[in-house]
Design a protein. Structure first.
Length: 231
């Protein structure tokens, strides 16, 4: 039984039609991070921020999991390996693809959070600035997404899983944003084998023991088939 920690980023959902951030047509080409992905941006213009995430929530709901999401779920369901997915993605394609052991370190589009009292609830398809918080009734609803300058969720659990893993696999992430971009070094320092599966070499590619490049829907199912002794 190998303990495998898989980090995923926007690239695993690209072939499901969801935009990544730093490609030529990426989300950060159209929106300023400081306007839509920081607490200050939300305080300045909550309407703009809710509109940005309403659009991403609708896109995620219209998307379907692809062969890479499904292959990771198959690896977990097989039972011979202990698989934990740590995703930077806020879409729910891993869940809908069948994965169960999953941490959304940057939050999720399906979550709403009260910026005043901290209450969390399931986000409606369309969030409005006037939405009253179900707990404190104040109109301070924000997406339960981790913005720049905020601490990602469940980090102690993630670092512990990385240290005790046999294998760390990074899929579809450019390795630009910490702390996720540092996981390969954390794993390497703990003597964990590391593998990158990405469309092209990421910023941290040289830190990996091994790397395979190509579209996730091709290289992830192939890697999973090898792990299950089918290839
Ligand atoms: N198959 C595999 N990899 C792909 C594919 C594909 N079809 N398409 C793109 N990629 C790769 C790109 O080569 C790139 O390395 O996915 C990566 C996407 O990088 P980013 O757009 O930077 O997305 P990500 O790494 O997830 O960003 C991390 O930054 O903006 C914040 O919070 C946001 O979670 C996000 C974080």
């Amino acid at each position: 039984m190998a303990r495998i920690v898989v980090l995923t980023g926007a690239g695993i959902s690209a072939e499901s039609g969801l935009r990544t951030f730093r490609a030529a047509d990426g989300l950060w080409e159209e929106h300023h991070i400081e306007d839509v992905a920081t607490p200050e941006g939300f305080a300045r213009d909550p309407e703009l921020v809710l509109r940005f995430y309403n659009a991403r929530r609708a896109a995620a709901a219209a998307a379907t999991p692809n062969a890479a999401h499904r292959a990771l779920a198959r690896l977990e369901a097989d039972g011979r390996h202990e698989v934990l997915i740590v995703t930077q993605n806020v879409d729910d394609l891993h869940e809908r693809g069948g994965s169960r052991s999953l941490i959304h370190m940057h939050g999720a589009l399906t979550g709403a959070l009260c910026a005043r009292c901290g209450h969390r609830w399931t986000a409606p398809a369309v969030m409005r600035v006037s939405d009253p918080c179900p707990a404190c009734a104040r109109p301070a609803a924000r997406p339960d997404i981790v913005w720049f300058g905020e601490m990602p969720y469940r980090m102690e659990e993630i670092w512990q899983a990385l240290r005790r893993a046999d294998l760390f696999v990074s899929i579809g992430t450019s390795g630009n944003v910490y702390p996720a971009a540092g996981f390969v070094a954390d794993a390497g320092h703990a003597g964990v084998e590391t593998l990158e599966l990405n469309l092209e070499p990421s910023a941290g590619s040289r830190l990996f023991d091994a790397a395979r490049h190509g579209p996730a829907t091709r290289i992830v199912p192939k890697w999973v088939a090898e792990m299950l002794g089918e290839a």
